[in-house]
Design a protein around this ligand. Sequence first.
Ligand code: 0A1
Ligand code: ZN
Length: 877
Amino acid sequence: MRTDTAPVVRLEDYRPTDFLIDTVVLDIALDATATRVHADLSLRRNPAGREDAPLVLQGDELVLLSVARDGVPLTADQYQADPQGLILPGPLPDQFRLTIETVVNPTANTKLMGLYRSGGNYCTQCEAEGFRRITYFLDRPDVLSVYTTRLEAARADAPLLLANGNLVERGDIPGTGRHYAVWHDPHPKPAYLFALVGGTLDTVAEEFVTASGRKVEIAVHVEAGKRERAAYALDALRRSMRWDETTFGREYDLDVFNVVAVSDFNMGAMENKGLNIFNDKYVLASSDTATDADYAGIETVIAHEYFHNWTGNRITCRDWFQLCLKEGLTVFRDQEFSADERSRPVKRIADVRTLRTQQFAEDSGPLSHPVRPRTYREINNFYTATVYEKGAEIVRMLRSLIGPAAFRRGMDLYFARCDGTAATIEDFLGCFAEASGRDLGHFAQWYEQAGTPVVTASGQYDAAAGTYRLTLSQATPPTPGQPTKAPMVIPIVLGLVGASGDALPIATTNEATVDADGLFVLDSANATITFTGLTERPVPSLLRGFSAPVRLESELNDDDLIVLFRHDSDPFNQWQAGQTLATRLILAAMRGETVNTRFGEALGHFLDSDARNDPAFAAQVLALPSEADIARDIGRDINPTAIHNARLAVKRALGAELAPHLNALHGALQSSEAYRPDAANTGRRALRNAALDLLAAGDATEGAARATAQFDEADNMTERLGALAVLVLIPGAARDHALATFAARYGDNPLVLDKWFALQAGIPEEGTLDRITELARHPAFSMGNPNRIRALFGSFAMTNATQFNREDGRGYDLIADTVLALDARNPQVAARLLTAFRTWRVLEPIRRGKAEAALRRVAATQGLSPDVSDIAGRSLE
Ligand code: 0A1
Ligand code: ZN
């Protein structure tokens, strides 16, 4: 067991390994408590490594049975071994075979890293450093090997045996009740992409023919009895494979592609070569059990893991500092896929909401780090919104800057040049610099500099001269370890809108500064653009499509925002104008003022006209900025209860003002057609739920009645859960009845019960704390299952701002206690839960003190995992 603080790993200390492992032959006899792993490694000295260096292999909680070199067992003086490592001091030949036998206990593996059991099946998770929990290895991403895996198990225990690559052989071991399967993966890969699965699983499969005519069997395997819920995942997989062919020219490269869903999984899913393993939340769906959001999540995650086959697997990372090389790029690719499959503007709005809620929050607090960090203690703590979501934004900005054609050429060059290698951000950017002929040196700062830049805009119209001078400036607040910041390269897509909504022509004194697509590149601290030939005062529409991950502060007045809300041709900025107006209303309510921004009136007009043309977009417009959005806007001395109350007051007022529109919409959007998870129907249901939510705020009695009716009549989970989400906010018999009905109906479906746990954990009432204590004793709850923990405690800490941040500190104590109770069992999930404290420093003094005390109590606990110790330590720095 590793203890407390792990040593710091630094990017600048990177050096190649002293040995390479060309082939790995594994023979694994699966057993619930004593799985024997026989590993045969062919090693050779790395020409780039040190001469005469010893061989140092990593392990983690391993039990060594035997070790031999070139077939000769090693004597005790020829190696040093403990559970954490195996060292051969040498002298060693330049090339040799090393045979290692270890034994591992999958049942005792509660960390869910390495080989473990879930739902009675065997599965693995090796990213980032889980392979060392199976055998001793050079467990780092720049060691690429060809794997052959022989699995053996009792046929009754594990009728299905899967590993990476193609199946080469299978058969019975006569007279033993055991059988085996041999898998071979011809593509060299790092150990973190190794996987195996053994067990009893139901399968849906079909044939996929690649663009060049190669036949691939694609299959989704789920726990026994869940087969009916696997169809959508298979459909999403087929669509993803086709999309990557047409959009990026990438074909699949093995004879089979397997997806396996397990019920105990620390993250969303994992891109193991040819054998993706998924949290079953991102596979299982039926109209009765999954919401439209679940379907969209499945589509995204299936695509994400599949796209890793090229961006992550064929081209992997040199070291874990380069994690964004695969993650940022692959998120960008899955976002583009979903945008193409659904509505592009709505997808963009949803992605920006996530970015702001997760990444901006992370980036403004003690856990802020560059997209490519320079140091880490525990790499598991760097699978963050910054690496993933901000990493994707960098790729998106790159495309805006060099244009789609050069971007595609750069991607093609990257695939051609780096295929089969473990690459760096420099390798990646080099391809785009070459393909576009542009110097991307300054742009590369986005990977190095943490923090969210603030862009400030101010404009001056000169009616006599017909000019508009727009001044843009940027500044990035300090972040841990980076007290001073340099200007960044910020692509700002902009337009000018006239008072009656017309797009005004763009002409500037220096024509080169704003291109035909409205792109202006702000790459210094300040810049001024002079627009000419104007016959009216323009309203600037800046940062269209959210063209850069920055905070924009502009001095637009309410009337300007109404113009943009009504007329902006850029849907993102149309939505943003509505959000900004709503934010102003909420901030005014906090100050005890009533202001009239005419937002309610504009919203009513919108609901009667445009809303019905694009319901998915309208649903986004109706959803007020979140409490976290408002908190971020205020920035310091946050009182979450004051924000909650002000937001609720605005929501009530808007709900009451818009009641006739909302009631009409809610009725009109009902459909008697059979459920389909397509974009059009998803949009319709989203708007119907959003209308219900707002109208219930305005009139609780009418809302409860409509919600109860919707709950009872719904033939799908989206509308049933939408109604329940409204009902849980209205104390009373209707709520209690609906919660009980829901639990009775779905008592045997853990993924659906997670929704029930999560909704209750989010209730912004004093009694929620006791409710959570009670729910933790519910028979369906288990501290062994990450999804259950996230549903109950994660939802409370991350979404219930008023109760997590109770003034008496009991919310903080609950989460601190849970983190400590969980840490010995599953440090990765415990550490993730602790990140709920990431914004503690901006709280008002009383809450800040209580949050700090809870964090200090965690940090001072003896025997913490490196994961929790790292988060607690950095949070307090
Ligand atoms: N590479 C995966 C994420 C992942 C990372 C670590 C894990 O360990 C438990 C699991 C999954 C992805 O980006 O989907
Ligand atoms: Zn990924």
